[in-house]
Design a protein around this ligand. Structure first.
Ligand SMILES: N[C@@H](CCC(=O)N[C@@H](CS)C(=O)NCC(=O)O)C(=O)O
Length: 222
């Protein structure tokens, strides 16, 4: 059975939604990143990048949330943009390489390390710019890839679910009504409700103490 290595954070949630949409059986394996379990040798053998999510699909190991979405979409022939649909692919990568990592950096520089006014300003403004682009795009598109629900929506959902936290200073999704309406459409899908239920399945460490800081930001302790 497919193994899904998981922590209750945005990138794994993309994969949780995809697995629920596909309706395939999977075992969820919790990896507590605040305890440093992502650096254990057996986990590094699956993902040398020491991050979640990872899947092991009966021996085929895939790491990186967006690679996992592409792998599963291609394998099952579902939620994949058409090969000639350049716009749908562009928006998938906008989410994968723009909105997602900029959200992560915005959290880092507004919550964890706030000493650099330059970095805090840069990531607050950049994440707002990404949400503005997405909101404008969704003014005339039902789904992020265009007319069909696909991996671009699944990829974005993991991070947009965190918008009240990531965008707290600007009122969460309030300035982005089209993103909010899109988010409600995704949440209305039964798979989204099932994926969200994973949030409370495991007791992960909550404290962001020195052990957690060393585990998650090791380069700051070199
Ligand atoms: N590009 C990677 C990023 C993965 C990532 O940053 N995962 C976070 C959770 S959302 C993580 O594992 N953090 C723990 C750490 O960095 O030590 C992906 O999309 O899977």
């Amino acid at each position: 059975m497919l193994k899904f290595y998981y922590h209750t954070t945005p990138n794994p949630f993309k994969v949780a939604l995809m697995l629920e949409e596909l309706g395939i059986d999977y075992d969820t394996v919790p990896v507590d990143t605040r305890k440093g379990e992502q650096h254990a040798a057996d986990f590094l053998a699956l993902n040398p990048n020491a991050k979640l999510p990872v899947i092991d699909d009966d021996g085929t190991v895939v790491f990186d949330s967006n690679a996992i979405l592409l792998y599963l979409a291609r394998k099952h022939g579902r939620f994949m943009p058409a090969e000639t649909d350049g716009q749908a692919l562009s928006w998938f990568f906008f989410v994968a390489t723009g909105l997602s990592p900029f959200s992560g950096q915005a959290v880092h520089f507004t919550r964890v390390h706030t000493d650099s006014a330059y970095a805090t300003n840069r990531y607050e403004k950049e994440i707002a710019r990404h949400y503005r682009l997405l909101d404008d795009h969704l003014a005339s598109n039902e789904w992020i890839g265009g007319s069909d629900y696909d991996i671009a929506d699944i990829a974005a959902w993991g991070w947009v679910a965190m918008a009240p936290f990531v965008l707290e200073a600007q009122g969460g999704l309030d300035p982005y009504p089209n993103v909010k309406a899109w988010f409600d459409r995704v949440n209305a899908r039964p798979a989204a409700e099932r994926a969200m239920a994973l949030r409370t399945k495991f007791d992960f460490k909550q404290e962001m103490d020195e052990t957690a800081m060393r585990a998650m930001f090791p380069s700051n302790f070199d």
